[in-house]
Design a protein around this ligand. Structure first.
Ligand code: C2O
Ligand code: CU
Length: 484
């Protein structure tokens, strides 16, 4: 069981030297020039996908054949500012086609990077310019979206941070933690033989047994006591749900999936973060020492990183973060509230997978049964249909409010992601939610029923799929259309 192996590895991980990193050293940062003038000049960011040997287990371990952006794990932090143009010159130096998707950004459809739906994939040796103006500040990420089940867990992902017009936290108080699990052998080398495994696809997906945070195993971050920090956690795992309890590391939640909450929220329970989801935490510790950041796995906790708090001897503290007042994020005011009463109703039932009572799924006009599930590699469906259907899940004219009733009629969890839109999760199991937060991905437990509401206001053809990438490959995807 991958979970157990992950726990056994903890002993190994403990012995390995921890890597000290200051927030500024988190990852090489690519900033977008902001002249502050009336016509800010757009700096073109270069992003190249290529093959690179990388020592996942640390310097004393053999390297793994990863696929990376700009030879870095994770890819460079791409940073933009809300309402300002971002321009990325992408080059493909892999041996196969690829695309880049800007997860969670409500951008122009042609820039969404979905191979076969919004663009033709970028061929080896070729380039593509992605250009968009992000309407919302927050924590996002980018990743490959051509055979994502194969390209993402080989390393093709990186953080995408959109700053507020007036950033609330300075860079020293703004950390990005990108978590990714890897399926490795006993030498900590990536297991490439198991990509596309039908057993993974029909169960919980490809679960790793080794965890990296910003490409390192269990990093330690040096921070100061008595100062407020924003910690942006990104789940870049290809299938693993990450269970945190923010209270266990003295944090409150200030944003989910990029969108700020109306006020910082103390959470006493475990938050299960689906693959692709983000959570922004507000952390302040008044006593020096190590604060472990832990995942609460079934039987044990797993320390994935730690914060090392020291007193700030210098008087040059940040004005924002040294004050006693709790910093708050401005809300992204460009999201339109859905009209739930008068919304179009859409049903989405998840079916298939191991241990299901489902007998058949339709795939490209064929009714799959018995061995055909394995032969076609299709195990999951939406509304009884496996794979990309010819007809959209729904079509709407721009500005239409839509309520989608989701029912997870399978024995596994799924993280359902909508492209190009944010939605409110309005009810679970028939109970209206007080915290009906905005999301771009929602985690569903087996048997669960939830309702989400959105305004379909971004024209184009948009993907909707499970972000457990092995599930999407095995049939759990569809699309919807907002007419121009
Ligand atoms: Cu994170 Cu379809 O994508
Ligand atoms: Cu799934």
């Amino acid at each position: 069981m991958p979970v157990i192996k992950l726990m056994r590895r903890r002993e190994f991980i403990k012995k390995s030297a921890s890597i000290l990193a200051s927030p500024a050293m988190l990852a090489s940062s690519v900033a977008v020039a902001n002249s502050g003038g009336e016509h800010p000049q757009t700096e073109v960011i270069s992003l190249t996908a290529g093959k690179q040997m990388f020592k996942l287990g640390g310097m004393d371990h053999p390297p793994s054949p990863l696929w990376l952006y700009n030879n870095k794990l994770p890819g460079p932090v791409i940073r933009g500012t809300r309402d300002q143009n971002l321009k990325i010159q992408f080059t493909n130096q892999l041996d196969e086609p690829t695309t880049v998707h800007w997860h969670g950004i409500r951008l122009h459809n042609a820039m969404d990077g979905v191979s076969g739906l919004t663009q033709q994939p970028v061929q080896p040796g070729e380039s593509f310019v992605y250009e968009f103006t992000p309407p919302d500040a927050g924590t996002y990420w980018y990743h490959a979206h051509h055979q994502s089940w194969n390209q993402v867990p080989r390393g093709l992902f990186g953080p995408l941070i959109i700053d507020e017009t007036e950033p609330v936290f300075d860079r020293q108080h703004d950390l990005v933690l990108m978590l990714s699990d890897w399926l490795v052998d006993d030498d900590e080398v990536l297991d490439t033989g198991s990509f596309g495994s039908p057993r993974h696809a029909s169960h919980a997906g490809r679960l790793g047994n080794f965890m990296t945070v910003n490409g390192k195993s269990r990093p330690v971050f040096d921070l100061y006591t008595d100062e407020w920090y924003r910690v942006r956690v990104i789940n870049a795992c290809s299938s693993r749900v990450l269970p945190f309890n923010p209270a266990s590391f003295k944090a409150s939640v200030i944003a989910v999936d990029g969108q700020p909450l109306p006020a910082p929220r103390k959470v006493d329970d475990v938050i299960r973060l689906a693959p692709s989801q983000r959570i922004d935490l507000l952390i302040r510790n008044d006593s020096p020492g190590l604060l472990p950041l832990e995942l609460l796995l079934r039987r044990q906790t797993f320390e994935f990183a730690s914060l090392n708090f020291k007193q700030n001897a210098s008087s040059a503290q940040s004005t924002i973060t040294s004050v006693n007042q709790v910093p708050t994020l401005p809300v992204n005011n460009k999201l339109t509230e859905p009209d739930v009463q008068n919304a179009n109703q859409v049903e989405l039932v998840m079916n298939g997978g191991a241990m299901s009572r489902l007998e058949s799924l339709t795939h490209q006009g064929e009714v799959l049964q018995g061995r055909r599930f394995v032969e076609t590699g299709q195990f999951w469906g939406f509304n009884g249909y496996a794979g990309m259907p010819e007809n959209p899940l729904f079509s709407a004219s721009p500005g239409t409010s839509v309520v989608i009733s989701l029912f997870n009629d399978t024995a596994f969890e799924h993280g359902i992601h909508l492209h190009g839109h944010h939605f409110r999760v309005i009810s679970r199991e028939g109970t209206e939610l007080v915290n009906n937060d905005w999301h771009d991905t929602v985690l569903m437990s087996p048997g669960e029923k939830i309702k989400i509401a959105l305004v379909a206001d971004n024209p184009g053809k948009w993907l909707i799929h499970c972000h457990m990438l092995a599930h999407a490959k095995a049939g759990m995807l569809s699309w919807f259309e907002v007419n121009a």
